[in-house]
Design a protein. Structure first.
Length: 120
């Protein structure tokens, strides 16, 4: 199950950041994931609830923003998006294209609480 591996990796990265930064609680995580990765956001949220249990990320809201697959065609010069993962221009059908977006995997937003107090 691809979503389990991906979600577990995100959880591990967030927990590492918590340890390194002194964060006590994670409230929200928003991921930016390219459409070519073909993930199921609802399944990822379900898995995250399980893998984050008994950690600072337990109860955090995990949301996923899917980035469309966007290609640039060298034959006709147009840029377009695709619903599938075909490397083909949606306008002229050429396969002489360049992938602009669709493979992203990033933590876009991370809302946390810190253990540190601000003393002036």
């Amino acid at each position: 199950m691809y979503e389990f591996t991906l979600t577990n990796s995100v959880n591990n990265a967030v927990l590492r950041l918590c340890r390194e930064s002194g964060w006590s609680k994670v409230r929200r995580i928003m991921l930016k994931i390219g459409g070519m990765r073909k993930v199921n956001p609802e399944l990822m949220a379900f898995i995250f609830a399980a893998v984050s249990r008994d950690t600072p990320a337990e109860g955090a809201i995990l949301s996923v923003m899917i980035i469309p697959v966007t290609i640039k065609c060298f034959a006709c010069g147009r840029t377009g998006t695709r619903e599938d993962s075909e490397f083909m221009c949606p306008y002229c059908g050429s396969r002489n294209v360049h992938l602009i977006s669709g493979l992203e995997l990033a933590i876009e937003v991370l809302e946390v609480e810190s253990n540190f107090l601000n003393h002036e």
